[in-house]
Design a protein around this ligand. Structure first.
Ligand SMILES: Nc1ncnc2c1ncn2[C@@H]1O[C@H](COP(=O)(O)OP(=O)(O)OP(=O)(O)O)[C@@H](O)[C@H]1O
Ligand SMILES: [Mg+2]
Length: 267
C-alpha cells in the first residue's frame, strides 16, 4: 500500500492479562503521527505493536483488532509483505543475506518496482544521518553493527519501501540519533510507533501510550505542558551522547564537560 492510499490505522481494544477489557475505545494513527509506548518490562508493549504488525483480528493473545482506513484489512494485505503498509524493526532485526549494502537495497528496490540508482545512494546517505559509524555501499550487510543495521532499515523503509507505518521496538539503545530520526519521519509523513524506555524519545512524540498488565491504561497527549522539560531533557541527552562518544573514543573523562552549565530544574 502506497503512502497516499493510507489514511488511518485503528486499534480496537482487547483484554488485559486477567481478561478485563482495556481502557480505551480506539487508538487511531494517521500519516505524520508519532506515538511512544511506555510501561515496565513485561507490560505488553511488544505485544501491542506485534498486533499491529500481524494486523490482528481478535486472533492474538490480547484479543485486539486492527482496521486499515476504517475496515478490516484485505487478505492480500495480510499475506503479501509487499502490500502490507507496515515495517517492524526490533533490536533483534538482522539481515542475514550475504550481500553488500548496495546490492541489498537494489534487490529491495526491484522487489518494490521502483527506480534504482540515485535512490540507493540517497538511502545510504540518510542511514548515515542516523548513525555514528558511517555505512558504505560496499559494506557487507552481515558486517553491519546492530545500530547500523537498524539505521539502514529505517532509511530503507522511508526511501525505498515507502512504508507508511513504522513500528520501532526499542531501537534507541544503539546510538541512533533519535531527534534526527523523528524529524525525518515527520518530514516524510510516516506514522510511527516507538516502544521505548528512553525519556527523551517518550517526551518528543505527540502521544504516549501507557501499558500495564498487558493492557493500555492511558493515552497521554501532553501538547505544550511538557515543553520546558523536553528542552531540559534534550540537553541532558546531548550531554550523555557526547559523554558516550568520548568514552567510546577512549578519552579519560576528567570533568571538563559542560554538565555544570546546565540549569537545574525544580519540580
Ligand atoms: N493483553 C495480554 N493478554 C495476555 N498476555 C499478554 C497480553 N499482553 C502481553 N501479553 C504477554 O505478556 C508477555 C510480555 O509482554 P511483552 O513482551 O509485550 O512485554 P514488553 O512490555 O514488551 O516487555 P519488555 O520491556 O521486556 O520488552 C508476552 O508473553 C505477551 O505475549
Ligand atoms: Mg518488548
Amino acid at each position: 500500500m502506497e503512502r497516499d492510499q493510507f489514511m488511518e490505522l485503528t486499534v480496537l481494544p482487547g483484554t488485559d492479562r486477567c481478561g478485563e477489557r482495556e481502557g480505551f475505545d480506539r487508538i487511531t494513527l494517521r500519516p505524520g503521527d508519532t506515538v511512544s509506548i511506555v510501561g515496565s518490562t513485561g507490560s505488553g508493549k511488544s505485544a501491542f505493536i506485534n498486533d499491529i504488525e500481524v494486523l490482528a483480528q481478535k486472533d492474538t493473545v490480547t484479543g485486539r483488532s486492527i482496521l486499515i482506513n476504517g475496515a478490516p484489512p484485505s487478505d492480500d494485505m495480510v499475506r503479501d509483505p509487499a502490500k502490507k503498509p507496515i515495517a517492524l524493526i526490533t533490536q533483534n532485526t538482522r539481515v542475514i543475506a550475504d550481500l553488500t549494502v548496495s546490492r541489498f537495497l537494489a534487490l529491495h528496490t526491484k522487489a518494490r518496482d521502483t527506480d534504482a540508482g540515485e535512490l540507493i545512494t540517497r538511502t545510504v546517505a540518510l542511514a548515515n544521518e542516523f548513525t555514528g559509524e558511517k555505512i558504505a555501499g560496499s559494506t557487507r550487510m552481515t558486517s553491519l553493527s546492530g545500530g547500523q543495521t537498524r539505521s539502514l532499515l529505517i532509511a530503507d523503509a522511508i526511501m525505498i519501501g515507502q512504508t507508511p507505518i513504522l513500528l520501532l521496538d526499542e531501537v534507541e539503545n544503539a546510538g541512533i540519533f533519535k531527534e534526527k530520526v523523528i524529524r525525518c519521519l515527520k518530514h516524510y509523513e510516516k506514522a510511527v510507533i516507538f516502544v521505548t524506555h528512553d525519556p527523551l524519545l517518550s517526551l518528543i512524540t505527540d502521544r504516549r501510550i501507557v501499558m500495564k498488565h498487558g493492557a493500555v491504561v492511558d493515552v497521554l497527549e501532553p501538547k505544550d505542558e511538557e515543553r520546558e522539560m523536553i528542552s531540559h531533557v534534550s540537553r541532558i541527552d546531548a550531554f550523555l551522547v557526547e559523554l558516550r562518544e568520548r568514552i567510546r573514543a577512549g578519552d579519560l573523562i576528567t570533568g571538563d564537560m559542560p554538565m555544570c552549565r546546565m540549569p537545574r530544574v525544580t519540580a
